[in-house]
Design a protein around this ligand. Structure first.
Ligand code: FE2
Length: 245
């Protein structure tokens, strides 16, 4: 009987992070969750593996040219629904922010657009996964001059960016924070992202971890990642800034 109970117990591997600051669980706005039911199921998994607080970060990019005011309204509707449910097995869904793609096809301009940030004017941004056709340093500078702190999402996933590249060195000199996807560390995106993810962390170049949960397939992978011994060991040896958000 006790073995049965033990096998159903989910490891709260990510409890030390406390907060997930990167996921796509605002239903129906991008390539993330397609319904509130799917979002809730994913959120339950996130709580089960140790997350107590979650920020939603829908895409702002050419394929998903979301408008901030609309995203905010959709978030408020979702929040109302969650408040009504009052389900204690869910993490607190704190606020909606965004994952802004900086590339030639889409770039928000600081001071012009009302970007959705994480607390402390922290902006989660990403590049194209396929095209290395944009030099981000100038736009990083523009944002920094207006008091934004930039967090680059999943640097381990860009095939054209190596840890020892000039661009990465420059970003670190500029004080750009890096956020590694926990699913990269479990091999979800392939060998290269897995290896680079651990290398960024071991090199002390990663300040945040994020789940980047999109849907139930990601949630299932997150459960697997919570059982990964290398990830558990890494979390014992490294601290991240997630819990400050
Ligand atoms: Fe993302």
């Amino acid at each position: 009987m006790f073995n049965f109970l033990k096998s159903n117990k989910q490891n709260k591997t990510f409890a030390s992070l406390a907060t997930d600051m990167h996921c796509h669980l605002l239903p129906g706005v991008d390539d993330g969750s397609s319904s509130i039911e799917e979002s809730i199921a994913c959120l339950k998994t996130m709580a089960a593996v140790g997350f107590q607080k979650v920020y939603l970060t829908p895409h702002f990019q050419a394929n998903y040219p979301n408008v901030e005011s609309d995203i905010q309204k959709r978030f408020e509707a979702m929040k109302k629904h969650l408040d009504t449910l009052n389900d204690k097995s869910l993490p607190e869904v704190v606020a909606v922010s965004g994952e802004y793609r900086f590339d030639p096809r889409f770039a928000r301009r600081p001071g012009v657009d009302n970007v959705l940030t994480l607390p402390g004017k922290k902006l989660l941004c990403e590049f194209s996964l396929h095209f290395n056709d944009y030099k981000p340093i100038e736009i990083f500078k523009e944002f920094q001059q207006l008091g934004y702190t930039l967090i680059l999402a999943h640097p381990e996933r860009y095939p054209y960016l190596g840890l020892d590249s000039e661009e990465i060195a420059k970003m670190k000199q500029m004080g750009i924070f890096f956020q590694i996807n926990v699913l990269s560390l479990n091999g979800f995106y392939g060998d290269s992202a897995q290896r680079k993810g651990f290398e960024y962390i071991e090199a002390g170049m990663a300040e945040y971890l994020g789940t980047d949960t999109h849907n139930l397939r990601y949630a299932a992978a997150l459960k697997e990642a919570a059982e990964n011994k290398a990830i558990q060991k890494m979390l014992k040896n490294h601290t991240f800034l997630n819990s400050q958000l």
